[in-house]
Design a protein around this ligand. Structure first.
Ligand code: AMP
Ligand code: FE
Ligand code: FE
Ligand code: ZN
Length: 291
């Protein structure tokens, strides 16, 4: 009897991680994972490479994406699993977010450059072709230019890419309810990522009820950004609402301290995701999940 090790939330160079999708899957195999979810920000461009690497390394791939959304101007990350990646409604929103992210990054670089000399070209050098750009890429350029020692320092309170600084510029993101409805319409499974991570101004008190009303199916609980209180509160909520519960590393390669498999999702919860989604698990690991 094997206990499936499932880590459903990771990032590659297709967004703000530092491993290629294939490299990430190889790392997942080394970390003893049976199933890994690739959930780059606002893009599915890494899926096919991850699936091919999954076949090679005997790892199942849970195809996903982490969608930038907002409720009352506060950022909410929405994980979406096993949806049609060509769905026009969802693609229109993620493509708009991706292009808005480029404009926003340019504006932030202009502001940051007044205090920390960097150029747009230096930032662009840090971004893999076609990737979703984010503040971590600006942080990487600041590191390369010697202004900060690492990404964490760039994100520290008051740092050049932190929230609530004079450098910060928001980007377009759909309302969380709209994104949830679009994920469901695309046959996917919406799961709120790290809802109680104390970033930005925190979660609006009405955000979770609004998300449930819109068709939310799950909530990420086991995540390094959640303390014991947050986890207990979320477990009560999930029990009351019958939500799928997940745990993950939110691995970003060398970009964050988060290690693959540091939090896991229970096999019965993955089964619920697969049952609710319109695509199967793919790659070379177990097609179903046994305990
Ligand atoms: P953005 O999507 O451009 O607003 O940037 C947010 C991203 O920055 C998140 O997805 C994280 O991957 C990353 N991030 C946030 N805080 C930190 C941190 N302290 N260290 C490294 N990366 C971080
Ligand atoms: Fe990220
Ligand atoms: Fe996130
Ligand atoms: Zn993430």
């Amino acid at each position: 009897m094997t206990i499936a090790r499932i880590d459903p939330h990771t990032h590659s160079v297709v967004s703000d991680g530092t491993d290629t999708p294939a490299g990430l899957v190889a790392e997942a195999a080394r970390a003893g994972l049976d199933v890994v979810g690739l959930t780059d920000h606002d893009t599915t461009a890494g899926w096919s490479e991850a699936v091919a690497a999954g076949v090679e390394h005997g790892v199942s791939i849970l195809r996903g994406m982490e969608i930038s959304t907002q409720y009352e101007h506060r950022s909410i990350h929405l994980l979406a699993y096993l949806f049609d990646p060509a769905d026009a409604g969802l693609l229109a929103r993620t493509e708009r977010a991706r292009s808005s992210r480029v404009e926003r990054a340019r504006m932030m670089v202009e502001r940051i450059a007044e205090d920390f000399p960097i150029t747009w070209e230096q930032v662009a050098e840090q971004v893999t072709a076609g990737a979703t750009i984010g503040r971590p890429h600006i942080a990487d350029a600041l590191v390369a230019a010697g202004h900060v020692p690492d990404r964490s320092a760039a994100f520290a309170p008051g740092g050049p890419v932190a929230n609530r600084t004079k450098y910060y510029v928001p980007h377009y993101a759909p309302d969380v309810q709209e994104a949830i409805e679009l994920v469901r319409a695309a046959g996917g499974v919406p799961v709120i990522a790290h809802p109680f991570a104390a970033r930005g101004r925190g979660l609006h008190p009405e955000a979770i009820p609004a998300a449930i009303e819109a068709g939310l199916l799950g909530v990420e609980i086991e995540h390094r950004d959640h303390d014991d209180d947050a986890r207990a509160q979320l477990r009560r909520l999930a029990g009351r609402e019958g939500l799928i519960v997940t745990g993950s590393s939110d691995y970003h390669g060398r970009g964050k301290v988060n290690r693959l498999g540091e939090n896991l999702t229970a096999p019965d919860q993955l089964e619920r995701i697969v049952a609710a989604g319109s695509l199967p698990l793919t790659g070379g690991g177990p097609a179903g999940v046994s305990t």
